[in-house]
Design a protein around this ligand. Structure first.
Ligand SMILES: [Fe+2]
Ligand SMILES: [Fe+2]
Length: 439
């Protein structure tokens, strides 16, 4: 410190100054929290401004997560070794001095013999179409102010990443993700299609996965889809997806048994339904995931008033042949037999899948056949270094296949009032496919 005060002493002084400010300055009206006025949510003038510049808070993997309605709320999470009792998040309109405080829930999280604390705060109510800033706070310590923006119902672009599991320390994932973000500075949020990591219990892999998005998830929200690898133990048995569910506080779905296993959210004029395809892994541990979703999905898709409906699911709806296994016949997978009629009935516009580590645009399918109506089915590819060269036999429904042997790819979705445009790119920005839906 310039004046010779130690950092800690300075913080103490700043803290007591803040308390005086809080006691002496005029407060603006406290926001409602769960319908009640909450003392902890009371906006305080200038408190955070006094602390600007202090970035001593231990906060790893700061991330934003989508909420049901991204016009008016945003979830923020971070991790720490310290308990950080009383953790909270300050948020304000960009450029404003007044701010609000949202209390964070802090939970001890132990997995793969590693302890951490997970902190989660819901920032609401927000105003649609605004640029905001947020700052993590715990005791006398804070983070930088970080940017976020609310959905405005206007056209948007989002980034879509297929399977990102890696065996190279997630170097490939980092390059694909960071290049995609750099090439799309207007992206509003990210979708991850599942198999984020190769082993869902391996804490090193989760840390490497988050590190791959360094500087990204603190400013853009994520919509993660659960993949089968999120259910694997260190010795490759299956377990309930503890890490995935703990690390990503995605929107609730009202289920007692499978809370947040599947969910939906809106962005712009698009309703996204995130279907969980891990019945094979989860049924023996906790039965009923399919039955629940078969009740939920038609209801969820019927309830939306959004113009566009997009389904995100990890496993594919088609069955692909395997060159070395001529007995395996291509066709419609059981998952497709189950879900495609629901998509047809509900007027789903596009279905994005993953899991096979190959990019395939199958065009629109209706009643299990290529058609000029029905959803557009895109198998989204691979964004890590786990590749299956020469494995799959092309499917009769394939219209566009990534250049072989396949490397990595990512997608963009541009959503505007009358058009959805899905584009697939190689990491160097080469466009390999473009699919448009108009209505
Ligand atoms: Fe995968
Ligand atoms: Fe998978």
């Amino acid at each position: 410190m310039k004046n010779g005060l130690s950092r800690r002493h300075f913080l103490k002084l700043a803290g007591s100054t803040l308390l005086s400010l809080a006691a002496g300055c005029g407060f603006t009206a406290p926001p409602a929290v769960n319908g009640k006025l909450d003392e902890a949510a009371r906006p305080v003038r200038k408190l955070a401004r006094t602390l600007t510049g202090d970035t001593t808070l231990e906060a790893r993997f700061i991330r934003q997560i989508v909420t049901h309605d991204n016009r008016v709320s945003r979830t923020v999470m971070w991790q720490s070794d310290d308990a950080q009792a009383g953790a909270e998040v300050a948020w304000r309109l960009a450029g404003n001095e007044d701010f609000s405080i949202a209390p964070a829930t802090s939970e001890r999280y132990t997995d793969d013999q590693q302890d951490a604390y997970l902190h989660t705060a819901l920032l609401e109510p927000l105003v649609p179409g605004k640029t905001y800033e947020y700052r993590l706070l715990a005791g006398e310590q804070g983070s930088d102010w970080l940017p976020f923006a609310t959905d405005s119902d206007a056209p948007f672009t989002c980034l879509i990443f297929p399977d990102s599991q890696c065996s190279d320390g997630y170097v490939t994932w980092r390059e694909v993700a960071q290049d995609a973000v750099r090439r799309n500075p207007n992206a509003a949020f990210l979708i991850s299609m599942g198999d984020l990591v190769d082993n869902g219990e391996d804490h090193n892999q989760w840390e490497q996965w988050f590190a791959g998005l360094d500087g990204v998830l603190s400013r853009l929200p994520l919509a993660p889809v659960m993949g089968n690898h999120e259910t694997y133990t260190l010795d490759w048995q299956t377990r309930l997806p503890l890490a995935f569910l703990s690390l990503f506080s995605v929107p609730e779905n009202g289920s007692a048994a499978f809370g947040r296993y599947y969910y939906s959210f809106d962005y712009g004029d698009v309703h996204f339904a995130v279907v969980n395809t891990q019945m094979n892994e989860i049924d023996d541990l906790r039965p009923g995931l399919l039955a629940e979703q078969l009740a939920w999905l038609p209801r969820d898709l019927a309830a939306t008033t959004k113009k566009w409906k997009v389904v995100l699911m990890h496993r594919d709806v088609l069955r692909y042949g395997i060159h070395k296994r001529p007995d395996r016949k291509p066709g419609i997978d059981n998952l497709g037999r189950t879900f495609m009629p629901i998509f047809d009935e509900a007027g789903v516009d596009a279905v994005l899948t993953a899991h096979l580590h190959t990019y395939r645009d199958r065009g629109r399918l209706y009643d299990f056949r290529p058609a000029d109506r029905g959803p557009l089915y895109i198998l989204t590819g691979v964004a890590g270094n786990v590749r299956y060269p020469g494995l799959w036999v092309d499917h009769d429904f394939d219209k566009v296949i990534a250049p072989q042997p396949e490397t990595d790819n990512y997608l963009t979705l541009d959503a505007s009032p009358n058009e959805l445009i899905f584009r697939c790119f190689l990491p160097d920005g080469t466009l390999i496919d473009e699919a448009r839906l108009r209505k």
